[in-house]
Design a protein around this ligand. Sequence first.
Ligand code: FAD
Length: 324
Amino acid sequence: MRLPPFQYLEPINVEEALSMIATHKEKIKIVAGGTEVLNHMKLRLIEPAFVMNIGNLPSLDRVDINDTEIVIGANTRLKDIARAPLVNKRFKAISEAASQVASPTITNMATVGGNLLQNTRCMYYDQSGMVLNGLERCHKRGGTVCLAVKGSNRCFSVYQGDMAPALIAFDARCVLEKKGSTRTVPITELFTGTGITPLAIGADELLTKIIIPKPKTLCGSAYRKLRLRGSVDYPLASAAAFVSVTNDRKDTTCRLVIGAAGASPKVIDGPSGEADVEKMVQRAYEQTEGVNNLQLPGAYRRKMVSVLAKRAIAAAMDGIKEGM
Ligand SMILES: Cc1cc2nc3c(=O)[nH]c(=O)nc-3n(C[C@H](O)[C@H](O)[C@H](O)COP(=O)(O)OP(=O)(O)OC[C@H]3O[C@@H](n4cnc5c(N)ncnc54)[C@H](O)[C@@H]3O)c2cc1C
């Protein structure tokens, strides 16, 4: 498959990148690792007039650590996050998520920013024209029907990013810059919750950093994922858990974030006693949209979200014990 024609832009620094996106707005597509953008261009899902390559901007691939937080540049490659000893030790769910994305060939190129800002997926959307030939255009392709849920007036495409659930479990924030202003928002606010336009980032904004607060108490975390081929596939269900215990060791709390469960990651907060875990897992099941639009049946994926939620919480609890 060939790429459609476009004009290539390569800014030399963040300032120039911000000027370029301020000038061209919706007509420009940012490309970092390119592992999603180039596929989407070949599938003619997007045909931007300008493609701006930020993959070589040196200031965006740094990892800085201070007393209270770890700051990861948006262009940091997933392979580097997976291998970083500090991330592996203190932020286990994040390193487990990064090491389970796609395959080494992808994670050598793929960036954490591109991973967060990937589009939602559906077997009736990101497929070649040959596969979709003869089918009516769905909501996400600018049409008026949903091919996965007949008669529905909304889109059920699924967010299948691995990094967002793990980062949200740690309450991470991100920095979005545009010409003349900067905002820092929780990663949960990057998502609209709707399938057609799942991301809440402006056409003139650049994601520059991800900030993860260092946990102040004893904690453990884990990420669990279901995929067909362990060597390459997207998650068909996933769960990240972060469990922390107060310094007097009396109260334990848990944050569970489920992925591939709808158009955005879903957060379930609660105490983490045994009965509470059951309740959280039940809520995870209830919040999962079990639609038949990925490679496994929706009802099965829904059940697997609960199974993975339970396993992630148990592994996160074990992490605390090791810490103790
Ligand atoms: C075979 C295959 C398997 C895959 N498996 C997985 C998987 O298991 N798990 C998973 O999570 N993903 C998977 N992916 C999806 C994707 O390739 C990765 O998520 C990857 O991390 C995307 O990063 P990138 O740097 O290549 O993004 P790009 O393709 O460069 O960009 C992705 C999106 O983010 C935007 N963007 C990128 N950086 C910025 C920025 N700094 N500011 C604003 N916008 C930005 C782009 O405009 C684009 O919309 C897979 C892809 C392939 C091809």
